[in-house]
Design a protein around this ligand. Structure first.
Ligand SMILES: [Zn+2]
Length: 312
């Protein structure tokens, strides 16, 4: 195969570990995809998850006929710098586990780990919707909610590995009704952005206002079809997204905010949120672009591969 005949093309493997799927790709030095695979995330737990990633890496290496390639992994949660163990992952079987060390041992190579939203931000800043901008904030709005900061094409992790940990900050500028009934986040805190803005968060909010227990995409479909209650749920969700992003603008004032995750497909985000967030930023108006991820679902896995520099 071509991989064997040209071993210097800078191949890197990226793996995006999600709650339901594990995606893997091989990128070459020009950021072109040489191989890609997708498997179901095992239900069994941590050990099965490690074994599934190891098998996926070996399969990708067979696809390109090379072994020992650098591996980057995007995961939920973050890596505690002092121990190398994961924390804050909504796939809770990962918490407290040294995923990087276990993969490095099983695969006999160095492994770089980063939060999935960090991977999205890195990918989009390098050659996606944030390309050409110095200060990129990437967010994931999906089953979980997270953020990542890339400055001058470099991922910012922060002293405590917490940079961009947007999803587990408190919903800002709360109404009295929101303050009276704060949803409990799985992390143990009340009123986290993840509890308000994730797909399950939108569903819970819809149920609180008397609606059916529907997945977020169906609530949006019903809102677009003119159903009043679904429309109200979507409208309030957009207002909360706007407040939450205004907080980011006040702190890091990014050149662009890029959105990934399943809820990034809600087109109202891009038309409505920029109309609302100016009410909350410390300025009369702002012109920050709010854009969907150019690489769509593939942003996380591309960013994971990019945890190792390409030859660009
Ligand atoms: Zn939380």
């Amino acid at each position: 195969m071509s991989g064997a005949s040209n071993p210097d093309r800078g191949l890197r493997i990226g793996v995006d570990l999600g709650g339901t799927k594990i995606a893997g790709i091989v990128l070459d030095g020009d950021a072109a995809v040489c191989a890609e695979r997708r498997i179901d995330t095992p239900n069994g737990g941590y050990r099965e998850t490690v074994e599934a990633i190891v098998d996926l890496v070996h399969a990708l290496e067979q696809d390109v006929d090379q072994a020992g390639l650098p591996l980057g992994v995007g995961t939920p949660g973050s890596v505690l710098a002092s121990t190398g163990r994961l924390r804050n992952a909504n796939s809770q079987c990962l918490n407290g586990k040294p995923l990087g060390a276990d993969l490095a041992s099983a695969l006999s190579r160095d492994v770089r780990l980063a939060n999935d939203a960090d991977c999205l931000a890195l990918s989009e800043a390098r050659d996606g919707a944030g390309a050409g901008h110095s200060n990129v904030f990437g967010v994931i709005l999906g089953t979980g909610v997270g953020g990542g900061v890339v400055i001058d094409r470099q991922l910012i992790t922060g002293r405590n590995g917490l940079a961009g940990e947007w999803g587990h900050t408190c919903l800002p500028w709360q109404t009295s009704a929101e303050a009276r009934q704060p949803p409990r986040c799985w992390c143990g805190l009340d009123s986290c952005l993840e509890a308000w803005l994730s797909g399950p968060g939108m569903t819970a909010d819809h149920v609180r206002r008397g609606g059916y227990n529907l997945p977020a995409h169906e609530i949006v479909q019903r809102a677009e079809a003119g159903e009043r209650l679904a429309g109200a749920t979507l409208k309030v969700w957009l207002q909360r997204v706007a407040r939450s992003m205004a907080m980011v603008v006040n702190i890091v004032d990014p050149d662009v905010i890029v959105v990934g995750g399943g809820l990034s497909q809600i087109r109202w985000l891009y038309s409505e949120v920029p109309k609302i967030w100016a009410q909350h930023v410390f300025a009369e108006s702002i012109d920050t672009p709010l854009l969907p991820a150019a690489h769509g679902d593939a942003s996380g896995v591309r960013g994971a591969a990019r945890l190792w520099p390409l030859s660009e």
